[in-house]
Design a binder for this molecule. Structure first.
Ligand code: SAM
Length: 281
């Protein structure tokens, strides 16, 4: 296990809060993340934000290859040192949201898994980038803020059910694995953390006729939670669909005019967005 304090001192590193730099220092948590990944040499692992490599080296011990994408230039020399013994780690200094993910994955014939202790300020865009990108990803094992994990697994008609719940559940099966105390990091984050595993499946995905319209419908439906679908979707500029058409669609789906987004299951969102797609085109 990497000695985090020793590395931070050696390279005189001051951690940047705005980049979500809370480094894992608990070997048991790292082991549990690796277990949730069920790694083998067939696996290519994408790690967003390796930091100084605490999780990276454990991933590399079991996986075929690890691609670790770190945005912060000042961490790279330390990261090079901690990962030096592993020929199967590719370090990429970049913003994970801007790399060509398809290009990184291309040519790998085994499974692809995303395993990361994510920077919390950018969790949703990173998760959605992987889920919406149509990459051949088998699973994601992610450390996220506890509340975000609860939203990912939330069921309809609960307070946590949100656009993120629908987006994640339309792409896979999310499961909360375990909670992680702030004491397991340097520095301690101000929030509790949870490791969530999402097994990707195209069960829902193959039913969606236009993914972009599906996404816009979900976004509009939750943009004003307390509003009915007729009002929230009818006022969405990106959907550009009139309220009467939404009324007709709800009728076709046997849904009441007062229905709100938070009441719809993923299946119902798909049926709704497929009918919107038909009407728009
Ligand atoms: N994996 C390390 C660990 O578990 O100890 C560090 C995790 S820390 C929570 C998040 C890491 O993501 C930091 O190293 C941070 O610099 C990096 N990061 C933040 N934004 C990023 C982005 N857009 N792309 C790639 N890395 C990013």
């Amino acid at each position: 296990m990497i000695n985090t304090n020793e590395i931070l001192n050696k390279y005189d590193l001051r951690l940047t809060k705005t980049l979500g730099q809370n480094f894992l220092t608990d070997a048991n948590i790292i082991r549990k993340i690796i277990d949730a990944g069920e790694l083998s040499e067939e696996d290519l692992i994408i790690e967003v934000g390796p930091g100084i490599g605490a999780l990276t080296v454990s991933l590399a011990e079991k996986a075929g290859k690890v691609i670790a994408i770190e945005i912060d230039k000042k961490l790279i020399p330390a990261l090079k040192e901690t990962t030096a013994l592993f020929k199967n780690i590719d370090l990429i200094h970049a913003d994970a949201l801007k790399v060509d993910m398809a290009q990184l994955i291309r040519g790998w014939h085994g499974r692809v898994k995303v395993i990361s202790n994510l920077p919390y300020y950018v969790t949703t865009p990173i998760v959605m980038m992987f889920l919406e990108g149509d990459y051949p990803i088998e699973r994601m094992v992610l450390m996220v803020q506890k509340e975000v994990a609860q939203r990912m697994v939330a069921r309809p008609k609960t307070k946590d059910y949100s656009a993120l719940s629908v987006g994640v559940q339309a792409a896979g099966i999310p499961q909360i694995m375990f909670n992680v105390s702030p004491n397991c990091f340097i520095p301690k984050p101000e929030v509790d953390s949870t490791v969530v595993r999402i097994i990707l499946t195209d069960e829902y995905r193959k039913k969606i006729s236009d993914y972009e319209i599906f996404h816009e419908c979900v976004k509009a439906a939750f943009s004003q939670r307390r509003k009915t679908l007729i009002n929230s979707m009818g006022s969405s500029l990106s959907l550009n669909i009139d309220k009467q058409t939404i009324k007709d669609i709800l009728k076709e789906l046997n849904l009441k005019e007062q229905t709100r987004g938070e009441e719809l299951s993923v299946d119902q969102f798909i049926s709704l967005s497929n009918l919107v797609t038909e009407r728009i085109n």
